[in-house]
Design a protein around this ligand. Structure first.
Ligand SMILES: [Zn+2]
Length: 325
């Protein structure tokens, strides 16, 4: 599943291509991928007749709207359109967002296509937006639209667990205020991280994976962080020293930043929007290395199960501090 660095990489690669363009059409080949608040079709369910009817009304809301911002919220990709419309995209296991020309062959498992207009600047907007980072809350005025070829933003998903949720500004605010999306691991300060962690019971790995605690970490980056901080994933947050938690905070942020620089880890299906793979998997120190020697002490890396997830540790560098609960 794409985690923070992969989602951030996708957002950064999409931004210069599609920001400022208008949605001219939407094609939905698999209705259950599109959701909206109050109509949560689950991955295994077939959508009802009401879903089909509601769907047309929901996505028609987006046609003619200009894409004014793209940002990451935890592991979600948020597309912000003019007039207070949003699409929240969660890629789950195998979702991909790809930018194509309209004539490009349609890959199998493409479920939704957003057709985008040409925009207004001759280089597709690269000179205006290339490499520029817009934070949440910032947006571009639709009048500065880039220009170029017509494009398509295609959503592809082999296992179909991902979704695109169409929502208003109020509905997005309610989602954030509902505490299901915690603070960002790259933005949380050490004092805040320490205070939040000290209030948690249970195994440290389970706490770090909880998106309401911090939004963006997943199995790979939690294992890498715990290894580099020298902390066992079953440790209790209540029993860690302040120094260990400081190390955890520092390693978490430095690993995520490095992974973003390397465009994420390509394991299974993750690619950025042009279809390129990331390279951080070559720098993993512990994840996926069972049986190989620890890079620090030479002990064999072990794969154990923590919080229901396959977990890689060095049994010597990450001493067990079991939870009391
Ligand atoms: Zn070791």
């Amino acid at each position: 599943m794409p985690e923070l660095p992969e989602v951030e990489t996708i957002v950064r690669s999409l931004r210069p291509c599609i920001l400022g363009r208008k949605i001219s059409n939407i094609k939905v080949f698999l209705p259950k991928i599109i959701r909206w608040p109050g109509n949560e079709t689950h991955a295994h369910e077939e959508p009802s007749a009401e879903h089909h009817e509601g769907l047309a009304a929901e996505y028609e809301e987006l046609i003619g709207k200009t894409l004014i911002n793209i940002y990451r919220l935890g592991k979600n990709i948020i597309l912000q359109f003019s007039q207070g419309q949003y699409a929240r995209i969660h890629l789950k296991m195998t979702g991909q967002l790809l930018v194509n020309l309209p004539g490009d062959p349609l890959k199998k498992h493409t479920h939704v296509i957003f057709s985008l207009d040409r925009g207004k600047s001759p280089d597709g907007g690269k000179s205006l937006y290339g490499g520029q980072s817009l934070d949440r809350g910032q947006s571009l005025d639709g009048g500065k639209s880039p220009d170029g070829e017509k494009l398509e933003l295609r959503y592809r998903d082999i296992r179909q667990f991902g979704y695109i949720q169409i929502m208003t500004e109020q509905e997005l605010a309610a989602l954030i205020e509902g505490n299901s999306i915690g603070p960002d691991p790259l933005k949380i300060s050490f004092p805040c991280f320490l205070a939040r962690l000290r209030s948690k019971k249970g195994k440290l790995k389970a706490v770090l994976l909880d998106q309401a605690f911090l939004a963006g970490l997943g199995n790979i980056y939690v294992d890498e962080t715990l290894y580099q901080a020298g902390i066992h994933p079953e440790s209790s947050p209540l029993r860690l020293s302040d120094e260990k938690i400081l190390s955890l905070h520092q390693k978490m942020q430095s690993i995520l930043l490095s992974a973003i620089q390397h465009k994420g880890s390509s394991i299974r299906d993750y690619v950025e929007s042009s279809g390129e793979q990331g390279h951080y998997q070559d720098l993993h120190q512990v994840y996926g290395r069972a049986g190989h020697p620890c890079l620090r002490c030479g002990t064999g890396i072990e794969k154990i199960r923590v919080a229901g997830r396959g977990t890689y540790i060095c049994p010597r560098c990450q001493r067990v501090k079991r939870c009391e609960v």
